[in-house]
Design a protein around this ligand. Structure first.
Ligand code: ADP
Ligand code: MG
Length: 389
């Protein structure tokens, strides 16, 4: 899409969508694989419409569970459908200084990496689409100057690795201290945060990270379905006119962070039979996803006073996305076929629970998210546009 068209789309969305006051839930069913025995086991294929999924399980009698979500995308859905349901307005918010997050959850093979990272021209994934929206909108916004930066990390066996600088393999997480609204955030200390000024720069960094994900860490056997990958875009924005007039810079500055997260496969990993590394991997994935579930349960329960973010590296990194000060969207990826019925059911139950998590993001104005953020000079400036015809 041309930048101007994107800008108009955004204006349209702005009129339609309200602020997210809880985690938004999109379910995406992948296309079936050839030769699967649909309904051969205990599950006939689920029924679905725009917002509901009904799962039937044969267990002597037939047990029926009906779920309602914000959006259910059938196997025929496109990457564009996913983007507009799960991400577009959240990316708008990040440009305005709100934190945002889109997380893909589901069993291995269900389409998480395809949904987020696909680079094939006919089905570009959510991460490059988000980047494109950031750059296109920044390039036509004449009132503000933007700086966009990119980080790319993974969590593997409870260790945080920098996919843009693989030699950094044991990064630490720190608190930002209380912000103005009393909100506390976290950041990954010493993580590469590369300023990006074009789509090309952005794509080559994503490719670098992807190569490192599969090459630099192969000695550790860090197969992608066994690690959690996190792309973080940070968007800093200055009011252009007032900056020129040298009025108080702080007041005219916002910073929004966008987390795009490809979680490790959620299937129950069998412990019996696997030894050594595989068993440790299984334990750490089980640990992090179990703690993720616990954090979601705690956040969903208005009476809980403790949220166990610190019990795993994954949840500690995602602390911002799971706290109130974020607009967070979860995509549950699933197979439509009956042979994966147990996993599909557990994925949908996870999603249903996540919808109970309340959010109340506020704009991050005048203060960067970490104490000594480099005050880089703003770079992306719009050129004056021809007035719209
Ligand atoms: P996951 O990351 O959840 O383990 P992948 O995204 O790697 O799963 O998907 C497994 C395979 O299925 C990949 O080859 C991927 O391209 C394909 N695939 C998944 N979802 C879709 C889809 N919606 N359309 C076409 N191919 C898909
Ligand atoms: Mg994957």
């Amino acid at each position: 899409l041309a930048p101007k068209a994107l800008f108009q789309e955004r204006a349209k969305r702005g009129a339609e969508l309200s602020v997210l006051d809880r985690i938004r839930l999109t379910v995406r069913f992948r296309p079936d694989l050839p030769n699967v025995q649909n309904g051969a086991k205990n599950y006939p294929p689920p029924e679905m419409d725009d917002k509901t999924v009904t799962v039937h399980r044969r267990d002597g009698a037939i047990l029926t569970t009906r779920f309602e979500f914000d959006k259910v995308l059938p196997p025929s859905s496109t990457q564009e459908d996913v983007y507009s349901a799960a991400a577009a307005d959240i990316v708008d918010g990040v440009m305005d200084g709100y934190n945002g997050a889109v997380l893909a959850y589901g069993q291995t093979g269900a389409g998480k990496t395809h949904t987020l990272f696909s680079a094939s021209p006919e089905c570009i994934g959510l991460v490059p689409r988000a980047a494109s929206q950031l750059f296109c909108q920044a390039a036509v916004d004449e009132n503000f100057t933007y700086q966009v930066s990119l980080s790319f990390i993974q969590v593997y066996m409870e260790s945080i690795q920098d996919l843009l600088r693989p030699e950094k393999s044991k990064l630490a997480i720190r608190d930002t201290g209380k912000g103005k609204g009393g909100s506390q955030g976290v950041y990954v200390d010493n993580m590469e945060e590369v300023e990006v000024n074009s789509m090309d720069e952005c794509i080559s960094l994503l490719q670098l990270g992807d190569r490192n994900r599969s090459v630099a860490f192969t000695d550790l056997n860090a197969h992608s379905s066994r690690s959690h990958a996190v792309v973080i875009f940070t968007v800093r924005k200055w009011n252009r006119l007032e900056t020129q007039q040298k009025t108080a810079v702080a007041r005219n500055f916002t910073v929004g962070k966008l987390y795009l997260v490809d979680l490790a496969g959620s299937e129950r990993l069998k412990r019996s039979g696997s030894q050594g590394l595989r068993a440790n991997e299984a334990r750490s994935i089980n640990l992090s996803l179990t703690v993720l579930g616990k954090c979601i349960n705690a956040r969903a329960n208005p009476n809980s006073s403790h949220i166990p973010f610190r019990d795993s590296k994954l949840t500690r990194i995602l602390q911002d996305c799971l706290s109130e000060n974020s607009r967070t969207s979860l995509i549950c990826c699933a197979y439509p076929g009956g042979e994966h019925g147990d996993e599909t059911l557990s994925t949908l139950q996870f999603g249903e629970r996540a919808m109970e998590v309340k959010l109340a993001a506020s704009q991050n104005i005048g203060q960067d998210y970490r104490p000594k953020a480099p005050m880089l000079s703003p770079r992306i400036q719009a050129q004056p546009q021809e007035p719209a015809a």
